[in-house]
Design a protein around this ligand. Structure first.
Ligand code: FAD
Length: 320
């Protein structure tokens, strides 16, 4: 029976949502293949169980203390040992920092096709056609992998996850791997986040641009984001001006996001920003310039001063 590996990712001891999207994509790709979830790092059986409930047929927890601090080098070595044993026809990663770093290394070692940043799939098995944005989101490319094993990275928040079924059963095995120390993280890893919500997986993002004019205004955006159950993001203009941390930057050289709702406040809509958020399901733009480019991609536009509009939105949401 052919196999597809779905690579899960852990964050703060929980599975990142994109892990479930890798399973869903694997199932859509070939519903007759065995879907094997691979969890690297500080995984335990509850993670394996969750992957099986989400649609995987079995789970492999890859164990080695060095994997507790993920590096592309040790993840690649660990995954290659699983791949050599399992001989999958497909491998699905999240299009995340780690997926973007590890997948090309594995593709290189296997001399296999890598289809990156996939947002949807049509057809099955060898006939499957994967859609991915190109030219900073200006166009979409439909592509097929032609090698024995094909690798795919999936853009978070684009593939509908399968309904969880807690009655699903499957083997969970622990695989010890041998790793050669190619690189060690010698200092503590300090993660910069705006809130507990991961920007690339957030359902609601309130994003500020240079038009917010100060770091203090960011607190107003944060309040709006929290009322909507979301988090804050930014344009590079806002980051360059020192209004917020670069960890929040969305765009071509920042994070790529696909929330259900993206509210752009004082952002002009430069192509490099749009590249990171144009796939958002609903885009709302607040800008005082009616000619601003952001309105050309917005579903709803408010032409006005954000310092008047946002407090009104906050007030309204507090009352509802
Ligand atoms: P501006 O273009 O200055 O726009 C500010 C907007 O705020 C204006 O439209 C204005 O009308 C509006 N405004 C002002 N005051 C108010 C108010 N009171 N109420 C309402 N609206 C108001 N940019 C990114 O964002 N992400 C990237 O990843 C990125 N990568 C890049 C990579 C390269 C190689 C290059 C060259 C550029 C990149 N940029 C990126 C920069 C990009 O080109 C733009 O310069 C940047 O996006 C502009 O940010 P902004 O829209 O916040 O600022």
């Amino acid at each position: 029976m052919s196999k597809i590996i779905a690579v899960a990712e852990l964050r703060d001891n929980g599975l990142r949502n994109v892990s479930f999207e890798t399973i869903s994509l694997a199932k859509q790709w070939d519903d007759e293949s065995e879907v094997v979830a691979v969890v690297l790092g500080t995984a335990d059986s509850k993670h394996g169980q969750a992957m099986i409930h989400a649609g995987a047929d079995r789970a492999i927890l890859v164990s080695n203390e060095q994997l507790h601090t993920p590096t592309a080098e040790n993840f690649t070595q660990a995954l290659m040992q699983v791949i050599n044993e399992e001989q999958p026809t497909g491998i699905v990663f999240g299009h995340t920092s780690i997926g973007k770093d590890v997948a090309p290394r594995i593709a290189g070692r296997l001399n296999a096709a890598l289809l990156s940043d996939v947002v949807s799939i049509e057809g099955q098995k060898q006939d499957a056609v994967f859609t991915r944005p190109i030219y900073a989101g200006k166009a979409f490319e439909k592509t097929q992998g032609k090698t024995e094993t094909v690798l795919v990275t999936v853009r978070p928040n684009n593939i509908e996850v399968l309904q969880t079924d807690s009655s699903r059963q499957g083997d969970i095995t622990v695989k010890e791997v041998e790793l050669v120390d190619l690189k060690t993280v010698v200092k503590e890893v300090v993660r910069k986040v705006s809130s507990g919500i991961d920007l690339s997986e957030a359902k609601v993002i309130v994003s500020g641009g240079r038009g917010i004019k100060s770091a203090d205004t960011f607190e107003m955006l944060r309040e709006l984001a929290e009322l909507l159950g979301g988090t804050v993001g930014a344009s590079r203009g806002a980051c360059d001006a020192g209004y917020c941390d670069y960890a929040l930057q969305i765009g071509q050289t920042g994070k790529v996001v696909t929330p259900d709702l993206y509210i752009a406040c004082g952002i002009s809509g430069a192509i490099q920003h749009v590249a990171g958020m144009s796939n958002s399901k609903i885009i709302v733009a607040i800008n005082k310039d009616p000619e601003a480019n952001i309105f050309s991609i917005a579903d709803y536009g408010i032409v006005g001063d954000l310092f008047e509009v946002i407090p009104l939105l906050i007030e309204e949401l507090k009352q509802s």
